[in-house]
Design a protein around this ligand. Structure first.
Ligand SMILES: Cc1cc2nc3c(=O)[nH]c(=O)nc-3n(C[C@H](O)[C@H](O)[C@H](O)COP(=O)(O)O)c2cc1C
Length: 193
């Protein structure tokens, strides 16, 4: 079954960047209201969407090797972002947020948030060019992507928190991630409580 396309993201807006930078704060308690499809689309675009010729993306990437994969975890299940198609493919059905919380030192923000974004890294994409330095570059890449996501959330009236305290091996197992991918960052997002 083909993956349903996401709504087109907006490439201009009315929320000043300075306001978003000034107002952004880590938020860990959320309203239960789901984050709608248009907002999910906008958030994915800000994090990893294509914004230029030759596949260049919204966030910079060392050597343009784009080592990150992005997942969306909601009560419905786990979805993988298909960057070129700007679509979500089904990975797992059912709500795994409690299991994700359990391997994230029981951080309540994971189950409080209606949507949790996950960035995974395929280190080899960057390390095959840069060797040992590549791992550091991948971590810089994910910081850029997560900051875009958080500032876009702010501009949409949403908020979130970057979460790195989790067990990557357990998270991979729970989400049945491909072997070459390592989870590097979770970002729960929703309307602040
Ligand atoms: C690399 C990194 C890892 C983080 N991991 C967590 C985490 O596991 N749980 C959490 O609640 N906050 C986490 N944070 C959020 C920080 O606690 C937060 O950014 C910091 O307290 C500053 O607050 P602010 O984001 O509101 O400016 C993390 C932030 C960064 C940059």
């Amino acid at each position: 079954m083909p993956s349903p396309l996401l709504p087109d993201p907006r490439t201009s807006g009315t929320h000043p960047l300075e306001d978003a930078i000034h107002a952004r704060r880590s938020v860990r308690e959320f309203q239960s209201e789901p984050v709608g499809e248009h907002d999910i689309s906008q958030l994915l675009w800000a994090a990893q969407g294509i914004t230029g010729d030759q596949g260049y993306r919204a966030a910079p990437s060392a050597g343009a090797f784009y080592p990150l994969e992005t997942y969306v975890i909601t009560e419905e299940g786990v979805r993988h972002y298909l960057v070129e198609a700007h679509a979500l493919e089904r990975v797992v059905e059912g709500d795994l947020r409690a299991a994700v919380r359990a391997v994230s030192f029981d951080q309540a923000c994971i189950t409080s948030a209606p949507v949790v974004f996950l960035f995974t890294a395929v280190y080899e994409r960057t390390c095959r060019e840069y060797g040992g330095r590549g791992r550091m570059y991948v971590h810089m890449d994910v910081g850029h992507a997560a900051q875009n996501l958080l500032l876009q959330a702010e501009a949409l009236g949403l908020a979130g928190v970057p979460v790195a305290a989790f067990d990557p091996a357990d998270l991979s197992r729970i989400l049945s991630l491909p072997e070459e991918e390592e989870p590097v960052y979770l970002v729960p997002i929703g309307k602040p409580a």
